[in-house]
Write a protein that binds this ligand. Sequence first.
Ligand code: FES
Length: 192
Amino acid sequence: MSALLEKELQELKEVDWSRVSTKLAEIVKEREEESVIDIVHQELEGIIEKNRGQEDALLEVLHQAQELIGFVPKAVQKKIARGLKITPGEVASVMSFYAHFSERPKGKYQIALCKGTACYVKGSAEIIEKIKSKYNLEAGETTDDGLLSLEVVRCLGACGLGPVMTVNGKAHGLLNPEKAVNIVEKYKKGEI
Ligand code: FES
């Protein structure tokens, strides 16, 4: 591994990766003699190798990298750019376009609130404001305790149940602000 990449990947050592990536936690458990940094490096090499030089594969490679690590830090973005023979700016631009991708670790409970038209007309704006103010959280952020992260998305594909949010991919519909907070509180207490 290059000294530069190793240095850049050090930020992973400060992350509770078992919280943000089930997949990485499982691999580390199996290969307990290896460091997280080495494992991330090797697994990424494998993902990139299959798509080397193929700029059209960027979305898929980013998806696999995020699935592996739980987020896609700058060092990993640069590595992907080199592998696919595109610029780091192109990778950063795709990262910022899709709310799904994150440069920082996401929370244990990942909330996606819908602001699409069907949800909006049924009051999603109030729900979004309530969740933001209650947890002091903006879209794209994670709470300091690492429990909650928030995305605001255009449609969750369950318009008939609007207003809708998902928590770790599980849909909760027919919400109002109080109901949304109650559901989030249940996740925080481990009741869901
Ligand atoms: S608009 Fe909210 S789920 Fe489709």
